[in-house]
Design a binder for this molecule. Structure first.
Ligand SMILES: [Ca+2]
Length: 308
């Protein structure tokens, strides 16, 4: 779907009509060609900002009551327990500044709010502020694609990966870590970025993904080591698939795994760090464990093919 939209986008800019990169669930923004969408991942203000940049956009700015209603409407896809989302502005105690440079004539900020980054209260639609590094879902506003005829001559793309992704030249793949996710959020988050939770096909790739996902400390519990893109399809040890559809032709199971404890271990993680529950034994390091999908993982690794 995403690739399809990109293709439409390049053709339509060529014929002088603009269309932005708009993930599933996105709706047109106020400016023609812009796209407004809500991201279900929990992120800090900074990581949310970075996520929107990948879409050639910013955390959303709100210029009218109508836009405020639009954003609030989009948040209906979020779990009911979600109380706030990040908006793309900061309040210094006197005035709001939007990241994208929009004018701050409209405001729904609750009176008496302290300085901090803007959050929308999903019960009231009013805004509040946060000056601590909380994790919340967020809304992005991507910009219309520029008409190439108005642009200076372009250089060839300098990176085989989108901004914020890590490139492996040997593997010809791009990788990105996302944080604080259960499986469904991670799966959806990767897909929104035109990728999948990572599959692993060689010792080299296994090392790369583990290096990327490690915290560098002895981990006290399973939720702290990375979630990757394997999914159990049945009760047998060999009943596994990769979400990206590639062949499950390489495995790196830790001793006694996959154990399918309680017949409820349908997801796959890799011990990127030493694990305190195993007496810190290095025998498990960089090896895999089947685990429950509902655990909130500290980190998950997404993967997509490099552009060149
Ligand atoms: Ca297990």
């Amino acid at each position: 779907m995403y690739r399809f939209l990109l293709t439409i986008s390049s053709i339509s800019t060529w014929i002088g009509f603009s269309l932005s990169i708009c993930p599933k669930g996105g709706i047109p923004g106020e400016i023609e060609g812009s796209c407004l969408f809500v991201v279900k991942l929990n992120g800090t203000f900074e990581s949310a900002k970075e996520f929107c940049l990948d879409y050639d956009g910013n955390l959303v700015s709100i210029k009218s009551e109508k836009e405020n209603e639009k954003v609030l409407g989009l948040t209906k896809v979020l779990p009911e327990s979600t109380k706030f989302i990040w908006l793309g502005g900061t309040f210094n105690g006197k005035k709001i500044t939007w990241i994208d440079g929009s004018s701050a004539e409209f405001s729904a900020l609750t009176e008496g709010s302290p300085s901090g980054n803007l959050l929308m209260n999903l019960t009231s639609g009013k805004w509040t502020t946060s000056n601590w590094n909380g994790m919340f879902p967020f809304a992005c506003l991507s910009q219309p694609q520029q008409d190439p005829s108005n642009q200076p001559p372009s250089c060839p793309p300098y990176s085989p990966c989108p901004t914020g992704w890590v490139y492996s030249e040997k593997l010809k793949q791009c990788y990105k870590t996302i944080f604080n996710v259960i499986f469904t959020e991670a799966d959806e988050g990767c897909r929104m970025m035109n990728s999948f939770l990572a599959s692993i096909h060689s010792d080299e790739e296994n090392d790369f993904v583990n290096d990327l996902g490690k915290a560098g400390i002895i981990q006290p519990t399973w939720s702290q080591v990375p979630l990757i893109g394997g999914k159990r399809t049945g009760p047998e040890k060999t009943d596994w698939k990769w979400l990206d559809g590639t062949s499950f032709n390489y495995t790196k199971w830790a001793d006694g795994e996959p154990s399918n404890n309680g017949n409820n271990e349908f997801c796959l993680q890799t011990y990127s760090d030493l694990m305190a529950p195993f007496d810190k034994s290095a025998a498990y390091l960089y090896k895999w464990n089947d685990e429950q999908c509902e655990i909130r993982y500290r980190v998950a690794v997404c993967k997509q093919a490099a552009k060149f």
